[in-house]
Design a protein around this ligand. Structure first.
Ligand code: PYC
Length: 412
């Protein structure tokens, strides 16, 4: 136990300071960030830390981390399909690796290796291509065969018995998992300490635009003037953007996930099967954290469905027959804003001062540090950083898409 914890535990008269404070809402800020998820908080953190911009309000309609940041399955990786994607997520993964040191706080990052299974000749070809693209960008990623897979993950059924036998896998050693609420709280704490204000239960109901430039946001707590407004929401990113008159090529789908009761540790890698539409890792508490692809219909519903549970159980048993008696403990859903090319949208919009960090589909959590860092740079310099230039909104009108569907862990 750290000396800091012991001293806080024994010093009963002095409760530990709050991770972030409450402030009266001002009627103007230099920057308003809509969405108190990990992305919005990370952007506020980097604005303060790297650019000295601290007159910033983060507006969150519920509590911080209530959306995708608290609902994802915490998988981190950078083994994408396009060079643009690999470079971007690799920066993010490197920032995640440094996060505990940077925050002086245990974010429970666990580097454990990420394995994407291939069950068909076509899938093996895609994994081979991803491995090549990854390696050309300096990312550790390689094709491995069933015997090597068995050595890395003994409980996995690599025999010819399943309906879809495993032919190979893409092995990405730097992949890992992290405690997602610790990431949210770490960014919130440090952004707060450097001067940004976090306003929970503050819902944006309108965005004012005057002569093509954003001038402020309407909220359930009154009007706030701002020269820069960043939409860093997930689930409602198209609704929020439409308040500023900006249409986004985004369709929103639910994605369901679940955990089992805690089991004795037996799985120290992350296993993903794009063909079977499932992924699984074991948390530090022993729970198996599992998810599927997005639901096959667009919706804002966050209810669990029996169809998901049944499909997931069947596919999990094909991979891990020994899980036959594992019991499910919780099931939930989050919302994924899917773009036509499965890549995010970051940067300027036709409305001056209204910026977006949206359209993350099923990739948002992995991107948090880099999206925060690069959006902060864009706000501070008014220039698009090279790393995120491929993800600009105008790519959809310029026929310059970044097709990343082939790197989705799972996709419909
Ligand atoms: O892309 O690694 C991924 C992922 C995992 C869960 C949802 N997406």
């Amino acid at each position: 136990m750290s000396f800091k914890l012991i001293s806080q535990a024994l010093n009963r008269n002095q409760p530990p300071p709050r991770m972030w404070r409450q402030h009266p809402l001002k009627d103007r800020y230099d920057v308003v960030i809509i969405g108190g998820g990990a992305h919005g908080l990370a952007c506020a953190y980097y604005l303060a830390k790297e650019h000295g911009i601290t007159d910033v309000a983060i507006l969150e309609k519920r509590y911080i981390g209530a959306g995708g940041s608290g609902r994802n399955t915490t998988i981190l990786r950078s083994n994408y399909l396009t060079p643009e994607g690999v470079r971007f997520y690799d920066e993010s993964l490197r920032l995640y690796h440094q996060m505990a040191l940077e925050f002086d706080y245990n974010v429970m990052f666990s580097k454990r290796g990420h394995l994407t299974l291939a069950h068909s000749d076509g899938a093996v070809r895609t994994m081979r291509r991803r491995a090549e693209v990854n390696r050309l960008q300096g990312v550790d990623s390689r094709l491995i065969w069933p015997e090597q897979l068995k050595a890395l993950c003994p409980p996995l059924d690599v025999s010819e018995n399943p309906r879809h036998p495993i032919q190979a896998a893409l092995f990405h050693p730097p992949g890992g998992v992290i405690r997602h609420d610790a990431v949210v709280w770490g960014y919130a704490h440090h952004a707060d300490r450097m001067g940004a204000e976090i306003h929970q239960l503050t819902e944006v109901s309108g965005i004012r635009v005057e002569k093509g430039k954003v001038s402020g946001v309407e909220t359930n707590r009154g009007y706030i003037k701002a020269g820069t407004v960043l939409n860093a929401t997930a689930g409602w990113c198209s609704t929020i953007s439409e308040m500023a008159g900006v249409k986004l090529p985004v369709t929103t789908f639910p994605l369901q996930a679940c955990v089992t009761e805690p089991l004795k540790p037996f799985l120290d890698v992350i296993i993903v099967s794009g063909s079977l539409h499932v992924y699984i890792s074991q948390s530090d508490r022993g729970e198996l954290v599992m998810g599927a692809s997005v639901d096959p219909f667009a919706s804002y519903s966050m209810r669990g469905s029996l169809g998901f549970t049944e499909g997931l159980a069947g596919h999990m048993l094909e991979l891990f027959p020994s899980l036959a008696n594992a019991r499910l403990m919780r099931q939930w859903a989050g919302l994924c804003d899917m773009t036509p090319d499965y890549s995010p949208i970051m940067g300027f919009t036709p409305v001056d001062g209204f910026l977006v960090d949206v359209g993350w589909g099923t990739y948002g959590f992995k991107a948090t540090p880099s999206s925060g860092k690069r959006m902060a740079e864009l706000i501070a310099t008014n220039k698009t950083p090279e790393l995120i230039h491929p993800f600009r909104l105008s790519r959809f009108y310029e026929h310059d898409l970044v097709g990343e569907k082939g790197a989705a862990s799972v996709s419909n």
